[in-house]
Write a protein that binds this ligand. Structure first.
Ligand code: BGC
Length: 729
């Protein structure tokens, strides 16, 4: 891969104050699990976490389930002539260090090969100096395998090295304890731990094997299983040791411990290298489908590769019963829950570059239709209403209250009840997948049922009032305004959704009459229901100001207090924290792209060029970007409108969300939606990718200093490569 610098994220020197930020950035993963970039020797303030797709649990006393932090497989302790290697060693005199001295340190995440490397130069109390190089990866070729290699070089002296590699059965999600029945044991050169989640009952097993230049001894203590070894380095010499860990859960097979022990037990001394090679080959193949190469802007180049990397390490390749949470698998934020972020922000990258992953993610929703039907019934409607926050069960898992603040005050969270646009967001993703892939079998067997049963809900939910259809008590994408009437985003998308549903029934009747008949009976798609849908499409209330020629975000929006958002600059957090919940509710401050999101999704169908421009100019000034979902969508839409400066400014802002932590919460995990939004801002926004008469085509509006953007997409099974060149540069 050319120019390594544009494939690498680095930290040097060690920055203890940004420990948890780098843990998130340096997560490794393979779509089965991800592991945060915590250190082998552990430091106070770390949040080491390995999260496995689908392993949710509700801890005692907690209101909702969350993704479980499984036992820690990272620990490796190294002593040099009896001095434990530690980066906290703060010797006053680095020539005669008490407790050792860290002389230098650097870490690099190589995005191309999904490998985290770390180097440290360390002086022991004895005076010996060693260079220690750590490497780790989560194999993409065998997703149950985690590999670590450590190489120690004697830079000065001939030190005696002792190592201890461990598995810790005890892992927590902050204060929540999910793991019960913990067991840890080591025998020969293999250590193992098992645990079972307390409420959901998933069994998890890990087994590690240590390959050392000398004999390995087993040791057990409490909830830790350890393997140790000692060896002598010659002056100027070096030695490596490998720790291979296998992980399985009862989601994979009935006997996860046997499987984990079998995998590491069967490995040979050269296994690390063979696994590394297979892993690197898989990543090379993956990047050949997904890379976006940008010439003329190195920062943008690195940011988009970083964003794609983080989505790819969370993308389930072999499992269609899980989905990607708002923070991927890289942190504990949002408890691993799945939001609309997946369908509208993350999925397009998958649909257009690796459709089988998109199909898995959509199948996850199909498998949860019964939960969605239950939610609709609970609200008194037929059809399906997907949960705003989803986990393994398919039931609504949005908490009803925020955690109490320092004064014990809590705020009611309404999204689980009234942020219902999720239904049309999912339908949109199904239809987008179908349009790009032409996967009629998926549409016939799964997609249609999703699109139609969510439409059934809307058909009942829309209220006939004042000779038109209205939808009251909603939260649109702008969550600063709760339980408002007639969100233009929601109403317009519902109108679009119902018309797509009617067209889909026509397609089914022609291409798969048996399915049409089955669904018609099962979902009660009677002629009178379809007539009602047509009436709604015809008469849906779309809030619009005729005089100003703009969409109105919701009824009464412009009667609220106008607060120019730009007045409160510079600031790190959202304006919500500055002005308070009550005032924001009564103001025109918008959390994130809302009308602008509608414009991104529907393009020309959202309105005339004049209305689009008016909308953007009006809402842009009022938007706080209090959600990371916002800047990338603004970049996309501004680019299409020819607002080049705003487009680039918003793009840069989106690009910095994780890398520079410009919202201050990366410690909780990667912002998946922003990563997916960044890809869409480039591909749909700057490059103008769309399906034209003859298939995919571009309509470029590149930032003025970008020389070229190259990327590939798959359209109906065929790869299309685009080289978008900026003639002006
Ligand atoms: C945003 C939602 C988003 C959620 C998870 C919220 O702050 O307003 O749109 O789904 O975060 O990322």
């Amino acid at each position: 891969m050319s120019n390594k610098r544009l494939w690498q994220i680095s930290e040097s020197p060690f920055q203890p104050e940004r420990l948890r930020h780098f843990e998130t950035l340096f997560a490794i993963g393979n779509g089965y699990l991800s592991a945060r970039g915590a250190f082998e020797e552990a430091y106070p303030g770390e949040t080491p976490a390995t999260l496995v797709h689908g392993i949710f649990n509700r801890a005692a006393g907690k209101p909702v389930p969350e993704l479980v932090n499984v036992p820690n497989w990272l620990p490796i302790r190294i002593s040099i002539d009896g001095t434990p290697f530690s980066m906290q060693a703060k010797a006053r005199d680095s020539l005669k260090p008490e407790g050792g001295a860290l002389l230098g340190h650097g870490r690099t995440l190589d995005l191309g090969s999904a490998t985290l490397r770390r180097q440290a130069l360390f002086r022991a109390e004895s005076g010996s100096i060693v260079r220690i190089c750590f490497k780790r990866f989560a194999s993409l070729a065998n997703v149950h395998l985690l590999a670590q290699r450590v190489t120690i070089e004697a830079v000065e002296g001939a030190p005696h090295i002792s190592i201890r590699a461990a598995l810790h059965a005890d892992a927590r999600n902050h204060d929540a304890c999910h793991l019960g029945s913990k067991l840890a044991f080591a025998d020969g050169d293999v250590a193992a731990v098992t645990a079972t989640t307390s409420q959901s009952g998933y069994a998890i097993a890990l087994a590690s094997r240590l390959f050392s230049p000398s004999k390995v001894q087993a040791a057990n203590c409490d909830e830790m299983a350890a393997l140790s070894s000692e060896f002598q380095l010659e002056s100027g010499g070096s030695a490596s040791f490998d720790k291979l860990t296998a992980i399985y859960s009862s989601r994979d097979l009935a006997e996860p411990l046997d499987a984990a022990k079998r995998m590491v037990g069967g490995a040979s001394a050269g296994a690390y290298e063979a696994h590394r090679q297979a892993h690197a080959d898989c990543w090379r193949d993956t990047w050949s489908k997904c890379d976006v190469a940008i010439e003329g802007d190195d920062r943008a180049q690195l940011a988009i590769r970083f964003a794609i990397y983080h989505l790819l390490i969370a993308a389930p390749r072999q499992d269609d019963d899980v989905s990607i949470g708002a923070k991927t698998l890289s942190g504990l934020g949002y408890k691993g829950h799945v939001f609309w972020d997946t369908e509208l922000f993350v999925l397009p990258l998958m649909t257009l570059t690796q459709p089988s992953i998109a199909r898995n993610l959509l199948t996850y929703r199909h498998r949860r239709l019964s939960g969605a039907r239950r939610k609709a019934r609970e609200f008194g409607y037929a059809g399906a209403l997907f949960p705003w926050e989803s986990t393994d069960t398919g039931l609504e898992t949005t908490p009803k209250w925020t955690d109490p603040d320092a004064d014990g005050a809590r705020i009611r969270i309404w999204t689980g009840e009234t942020e219902q646009h999720i239904n049309s967001d999912i339908a949109y993703a199904v239809l987008q997948y179908w349009r790009w892939t032409g996967d009629d079998a998926f549409m016939r067997d799964k997609g249609a049922e999703i699109v139609l049963d969510t439409a059934v809900f809307w058909g009942e939910r829309a209220e006939r009032k004042r000779g038109r259809y209205e939808i009251s008590r909603q939260i649109g994408p702008d969550e600063y305004h709760e339980n408002i009437d007639n969100s233009v985003f929601t109403n317009r998308l519902v109108q679009w959704h119902l018309s797509q549903a009617i067209a889909l029934i026509g397609w089914l009747r022609e291409k798969a009459p048996d399915v049409a008949q089955r669904l018609s009976a099962a979902l009660d798609l009677s002629p009178s229901r379809l007539a009602a849908w047509r009436d709604i499409i015809e008469n849906m209330h779309i809030p619009f100001d005729d005089e100003k020629q703009i969409h109105v975000q919701f009824d009464g929006f412009f009667d609220l207090e106008y607060i120019p958002v730009s007045k409160y600059q510079p600031r790190i957090g959202g304006i919500w924290g500055l002005l308070g919940h009550e005032r924001i509710l009564q103001s025109q401050v918008i959390k994130q792209a809302d009308v602008v999101m509608l414009m991104a999704l529907l393009g020309d169908e959202a309105g005339s060029a004049e209305v689009m421009r008016n909308n953007f100019n009006t809402y842009y000034q009022r938007t706080d970007h209090g959600s990371s979902l916002s800047p990338a969508i603004h970049a996309w839409v501004a680019a299409r409108l020819g607002l080049a400066d705003i487009a680039y400014e918003m793009f840069e802002r989106a690009a910095a969300i994780d890398l520079e932590d410009n919202q201050g919460n990366v410690a909780d995990g990667i912002h998946a939606a922003s990563c997916g939004g960044l890809w869409q801002a480039i591909v749909f926004g700057f490059c103008g990718l769309h399906i034209g008469q003859g298939g995919p085509a571009v309509d470029p509006k590149l930032p003025k200093h970008w020389r070229r953007v190259s990327f590939s997409v798959t359209y109906r099974g065929k790869a299309h490569h685009f080289d978008v060149v900026n003639p002006a540069v």
